[in-house]
Design a protein around this ligand. Structure first.
Ligand SMILES: [Mg+2]
Length: 125
């Protein structure tokens, strides 16, 4: 089991959401559902409300800090909730700066949305 932590804006493609403020990403929510089916945990660690209702519960949405600079603290909240270490945690974000920050401050595996999609495709094929 791994914990997959996601940014929202520019990362997730949520077809339920057609708000103009919403910046569509490349990861379809079906991918999150698949990961859950495989026994992995999903956490949304961005305070953006633009993702499906299914992941809006307190057990999925770790949004204590709205500031992107505090993203690691939201990931830590999700890790604490699920009892996992950095080595079992994967973080996906479309902003290179945030990925670099998380890599520098932790041992969490970080992916851009595109690299993440190719990594799971290579596991599944
Ligand atoms: Mg983003």
């Amino acid at each position: 089991m791994a914990l997959y932590c996601f940014d929202v804006d520019g990362t997730i493609d949520c077809k339920e959401n057609d708000s103009e403020e919403y910046l569509k990403g490349v990861i379809k929510t079906d991918v999150l559902l698949d990961l859950e089916k495989q026994g992995h945990k999903i956490a949304i660690v961005s305070s953006s409300p633009f993702f499906p209702e299914k992941w809006k519960g307190d057990n999925y949405w770790f949004k204590r800090n709205a500031d992107g600079f505090c993203r690691l603290q939201n990931i830590r909240d999700a890790q604490k909730y699920h009892g996992v270490s950095d080595y079992e945690t994967i973080y996906i974000d479309d902003l290179k700066g945030v990925l670099t920050m998380i890599r520098d401050q932790s041992n969490i595996t970080c992916f851009s949305p595109k690299d993440f999609l190719s990594s799971i495709q290579s596991i599944n094929t």
